[in-house]
Design a protein. Structure first.
Length: 47
């Protein structure tokens, strides 16, 4: 098992997300609201 994890992970610098993916994540983060009440956290998606 140790031999499997000892191999270096191949480096791939060509990873670039699509503009559509970035737009989706930004819109989701804008719509997410986290409300702290005492020691509780409430998450609400406002859309």
């Amino acid at each position: 098992m140790a031999k499997i994890y000892s191999n270096p992970f191949p480096k791939n610098d060509n990873l670039k997300p699509k503009d559509e993916t970035i737009s989706h994540l930004l819109n989701y983060s804008k719509a997410l609201s986290v409300i702290n009440y005492n020691k509780l956290k409430f998450e609400a998606l406002l859309n």
